[in-house]
Design a binder for this molecule. Sequence first.
Ligand code: MRU
Length: 354
Amino acid sequence: MGEGSSTGIITLFFDEAAPGVVYIDQTLLPGEFRERTAFDIDSLCRAIKRLEIRGAPALGIAGGYGMALGALLSIHDEYIAFRQEMDEIRDILRATRPTAVNLFYGIDRVHSLLMSLHEAPVHIIKAAMLSEAHAIAQEDVLTCHAIGEHGLFLFPVDTHVTVLTHCKAGALACKQWGTALGDIRTAVGAGRSVSVYACETRPLLQGARLTAWELLRDNINVTLITDSMAALLMQQKKVDMVIVGADRITSDAVFNKIGTYTHAITAQFHDIPFYIAAPLSTFDEQAKADDIVLEERSPDEVLCFGGELTAPVGVPVYNPAFDVTPHALISGIITEYGLVTLPKDIGKIISWRS
Ligand code: MRU
């Protein structure tokens, strides 16, 4: 695994012989490239909670594969008992992280299939659940490439474009290729001239550890900055546009990694376009931002840097993992079906989904 895709990265896949979910442990990068296998639901949940597997689309794939793994490990061959066990596994997987909606999309899609097949023998249902999970993973690859194609208009031929991005919406946040970084990769692949400022993305440094690693590996021109440098760069006219991913898109806002909202406000102040790149599975267009649980993570992530304590013991910490950017600050959302702006295009999202 890992070598051989167009990006050189395959973030996770299902090993049917094991059976298990094989994934790149993203907490170890860039120092160490290590693949691990989750052989049971507990270890998969731990990997998701620890951000060994992270990024909204990758979480969707992990959720689907988690349901399939649970099914394959089940000893039940009678539908009601099997279904009860799958309901429990669905709830356990759903409880791992609250904000990225793709996780629920993957889990619920495989669970719905199980419900629809209630008259089939359990061994057939198990095989169908695994096929559905594979389909989610395969669709993610196609989706990211389609997002890249639809984003090409942002990169005119014969014009150099400097993009600022935040956090990590690349291959490692998906099965491969990426959403925001997928746009950049597709543009570079099409011969467009692109350079990237990657914000380090405190507290967990997904930008420094993962975005910078991934872009360097692809020989894409990347410069690392701390999050607080973005405003100066925009003021200095060093940024042509911002492109980031998303973890959930409601009718009124975009949830993305903490720090995104600050960049959006700053970009609007400096008249710099601000784009989101995200698949349809990230939309929760019937919901409002206030309905969504904003994940809060351990204070240790803020108290420490590189494993070293960098704050006084006992200081209170607030550590939300995401923030909420109103659509008014967003120039457009690049999906696999094309560009939308919300709330104006909500009807398009609903019709594409059906
Ligand atoms: O907490 P994480 O690392 O799972 O955060 C998710 C992200 O990487 C981002 O918020 C990203 O921009 C959206 S996922 C493509």
